[in-house]
Ligand binder design. Sequence first.
Ligand code: GDP
Length: 237
Amino acid sequence: MLLLTRCRRSLPELKLWTQFEKWFPERRCRGTLLYAGKGPHALMRYQTRFLLSALDEKHFPAPTVPEIAFLGRSNVGKSSLLNALVGEKAAKVSSTPGRTRAINFFQLSDEKERPKLVFSDLPGYGYAKISKSISAEWPKFIEPYLAERETLKLCVCLVDSNIPPQQSDGKLLEWLRHVGRDFLVVATKTDRLSGNVRTKNLAAIKHEFELDEVLAVSAKTNAGIKELWNRAAALEE
Ligand code: GDP
């Protein structure tokens, strides 16, 4: 668990770092150092960099380190979550026109620049009516990627905690089960809900999609982000 490093920075140092990021966002964007989680303990450090946008199977990066795919309906909060995870600039790449239909790959390396993980950001789905396939509007190479990519270790499936469980999300999960992919359902925007409603909505998601767990996150408050990093780091080789 190379990346689960205990942070030896003092609190004032951390505060200074946070301020530094505000003043010089481009430094953080470059992902020179990414801090995950809140508070001075158990922070993870990654260097992150955008690898490429693939519009075809032949553009995929060579399979090397474990990969984690991020999936969700358009507007679920995927860019915001990736922003919280990999930094603003990288996340912005994914929403650049021309790249929203692509799979965008990010490489995460340790402090010695050894690649440890790859994140893949998949196009949002759910605008068009979904019929036979998971998503009629998804480019053709997406399903083979999810079904066959050998280094893909986990699909992080985002669902919006503010709305009732969606059929399109259900179809995706059903399909991932069918092809035998491990997935983690992450409920987004939980900061918008009060305690009771949040509990109720999370229970509805669990029930509807027959899940043992749902990870509640908020890109706004960073709730659940550390847990998500822990899941990611657990997959690291
Ligand atoms: P994407 O289409 O899945 O990439 O979704 P975005 O990340 O662009 O988010 C869609 C909308 O939801 C935007 O208006 C975001 O500001 C908002 N949003 C995303 N994540 C959160 C969150 O954690 N909390 C709140 N309150 N709003 C969020």
